[in-house]
Design a protein around this ligand. Structure first.
Ligand SMILES: Nc1ncnc2c1ncn2[C@@H]1O[C@H](COP(=O)(O)OP(=O)(O)OP(=O)(O)O)[C@@H](O)[C@H]1O
Ligand SMILES: [Mg+2]
Length: 456
C-alpha cells in the first residue's frame, strides 16, 4: 500500500548544518519534503507558514529550550508529530519530552535505519491524527456526567454514590448488569467526572473483533510482523494513551487475550505485535459484562486473576424491574428526547398505561423502554399514551398473568400455558422461545411433546 503523497512534510530543527544536510539527503531519498531550521525562531516562522506532519527537534537549540518549542508545537499544531533528537543521552529530558507528547527520541549518533523506521512511525501517527480529527465528532450521549442518567430509586442512588466516589481516582471499575441497564452510560459518566475528562474515552467492543485483529487493534503491530502487516500500525493503547479505556463485554475476550490484557494491567507497559520495545501506558480501565463472570470463571472461560484485577471497584447496575419509581421519570425523559425527532408532542402517559408499563418485567431494561417509547411516538396518535398504544406483548403478558392468578392453576398447568403463550408470541420460533423461557431447545422440545403444545 502506497501512502498518499499528502502528509509527508517534515521539518528538521537542529543548529548543526552538517547534520542537517545529511539528514535532509536521507529523508528526501525516502520521498519526504524536507525543510530545515537552525534556530527555534526559524522553526516557529516556518511552522507559521506551512503545515508539517513531522518535526525532528533537537533538545538543545541556540536560542531556546527544545522542550519549550515542543510545548508551543503541541499547542499550536496538535496534528504534528514530534520526534526529539538529543546529542547527549539526557534521559530525563527525553522522558519529559515524551510526557509532553513527543512520539520518541533518538540519541546522536544514531543509525540511519533507526531514523527511517522512526520517521515512518511518526508519519503514520500524523496521518491517523488527521483522519481522526477530520471524522465527524461522535454524538456525545453524556455531556455532564451523571445528569443524563435518569433515576431516583434507592437502587440508582446507590449507583450514583459509587460512581461519584470512584470517578476521581484511577481505580479500575467493573460494571455489571443485564443488557440495556446503562453500563456504557455509567462508564462515560465516570470518565466525565474524572481528571481524564478532557482526554479520550475509548470504547473497545470485545465481542465485535476477531482475535487477531483485536490484538493488533489494541497493541498495534510493526511492519512485516504477520502476513498483511504492510505497514507499522499504532494500536489504540498508543493512540489514546492517558485516556480512559472501556472494555465492553469483557467476557467475550479469548483466554489468550485475557492473559495479555492481564499483563498490560499489571505492568502498565505493552509491546506492539512483532516488536520487543516496551511502551509505557497510562490509562484508566473500565470494563463491563452482562454475563456472570464468577460463573464464567467456574466454567474455565474467564481468568480469575484478571477478574480480581478488574473488579477493584465493582458497580452493579440493577435491572429496571428493581428500580422502584424510575419508570415514569424515564418515560418523561424519552418522551422529551424523541418528541422532537417524531415532530409531535405527547403530554405524558395515562395512569392505566403506566400501570401496565410498571408491571411489565422489562427483560431488555432501559433500552427496551426507550425503544418502546420511541415506537409509540412514531406509530401512535393521541395526547397521552394509552394502554392500547402499547405493544401487545407488554399488555398481553399482564392480562395473561391476571388469568393465571385468578384461576388457581397448578404449577404444571401454568407451565404448559406459559410455554404455549411464549410460543405464540414468538410465532413458533423455538430458538427465540427457549431463550425467553431460559431453557435450552432440547428441553423445550420435550415440554412441547409432553404438553402436546401447538407450534406457531
Ligand atoms: N438511567 C438511564 N437514563 C437514561 N437513559 C438510559 C439510562 N440507562 C440506559 N439508558 C439508555 O438506554 C440505552 C442502553 O444503555 P447502555 O448502552 O448504556 O446499556 P448497556 O448496559 O451498555 O447495554 P448492553 O449490555 O446491551 O450493551 C442507551 O440508549 C442509554 O442512553
Ligand atoms: Mg453496552
Amino acid at each position: 500500500m502506497g501512502k498518499p503523497e499528502v502528509g509527508r512534510r517534515i521539518l528538521v530543527v537542529d543548529d548543526d548544518p552538517v547534520f542537517c544536510s545529511g539528514i535532509a539527503l536521507v529523508l528526501t531519498g525516502q520521498g519526504l519534503e524536507v525543510s530545515l531550521a537552525a534556530t527555534g525562531r526559524q522553526a516557529l516562522d516556518l511552522l507559521a507558514q506551512q503545515d508539517f506532519d513531522v518535526v525532528l527537534l533537537d533538545l538543545r537549540l541556540p536560542d531556546m529550550d527544545g522542550l519549550d518549542l515542543l510545548r508551543l508545537l503541541q499547542q499550536e499544531h496538535p496534528h504534528t508529530v514530534a520526534v526529539m533528537i538529543t546529542g547527549h543521552p539526557q534521559i530525563n529530558t527525553a522522558v519529559e519530552a515524551m510526557k509532553l507528547g513527543a512520539l520518541d527520541y533518538l540519541v546522536k549518533p544514531f543509525r540511519l535505519d533507526d531514523l527511517e523506521v522512526l520517521v515512518e512511525r511518526a508519519l503514520d501517527l500524523a496521518l491517523e491524527r488527521r483522519l481522526q480529527s477530520s471524522a465527524p465528532a461522535p454524538e456525545d450521549p453524556d455531556p455532564k456526567g451523571l445528569d443524563s442518567i435518569v433515576g431516583q430509586s434507592p437502587a440508582m442512588q446507590k449507583v450514583f454514590a459509587k460512581i461519584r466516589r470512584a470517578a476521581p481516582s484511577d481505580s479500575t471499575v467493573l460494571l455489571t448488569g443485564e443488557s440495556g441497564t446503562g453500563k456504557e452510560l455509567a462508564a462515560r459518566a465516570i470518565h466525565r467526572l474524572s481528571p481524564r475528562a478532557h482526554r479520550e474515552f475509548v470504547p473497545v467492543d470485545c465481542s465485535a473483533l476477531v482475535e487477531t485483529l483485536l490484538e493488533s487493534e489494541l497493541f498495534g503491530h510493526v511492519k512485516g510482523s504477520f502476513t498483511g502487516a504492510h505497514q507499522t500500525k499504532h494500536g489504540l493503547f498508543e493512540l489514546a494513551n492517558h485516556g480512559t479505556f472501556f472494555f465492553d463485554e469483557i467476557s467475550n475476550l479469548s483466554l489468550n487475550i485475557q492473559a495479555k490484557l492481564l499483563r498490560v494491567i499489571q505492568e502498565r507497559e505493552f509491546m506492539k505485535v512483532g516488536s520487543q520495545k516496551r511502551i509505557r501506558l497510562d490509562i484508566r480501565i473500565i470494563a463491563s459484562s452482562n454475563r456472570d463472570l464468577k460463573a464464567a470463571i467456574k466454567e474455565g472461560a474467564f481468568r480469575e486473576d484478571l477478574y480480581y484485577r478488574l473488579s477493584v471497584v465493582p458497580i452493579h447496575l440493577p435491572p429496571l424491574r428493581e428500580r422502584e419509581g424510575d419508570i415514569p421519570l424515564l418515560i418523561q425523559h424519552f418522551l422529551r428526547k424523541y418528541s422532537q425527532k417524531a415532530h409531535r408532542e405527547v403530554a405524558g402517559v395515562s395512569p392505566e398505561a403506566l400501570k401496565v408499563l410498571s408491571a411489565y418485567h422489562w427483560p431488555g431494561n432501559v433500552r427496551e423502554l426507550e425503544h418502546t417509547i420511541e415506537r409509540i411516538l412514531i406509530l401512535e396518535d393521541g395526547e397521552f399514551i394509552q394502554p392500547e398504544h402499547l405493544p401487545s406483548f407488554i399488555s398481553q403478558r399482564q392480562a395473561e398473568f391476571q388469568v393465571f392468578t385468578d384461576s388457581g392453576l397448578t404449577l404444571e398447568e401454568l407451565e404448559k400455558r406459559y410455554i404455549q403463550f411464549v410460543l405464540r408470541r414468538t410465532r413458533g420460533r423455538r430458538q427465540e422461545a427457549a431463550r425467553i423461557l431460559g431453557i435450552n431447545r432440547k428441553t423445550l422440545g420435550h415440554k412441547i411433546t409432553k404438553y402436546q403444545l401447538k407450534i406457531g
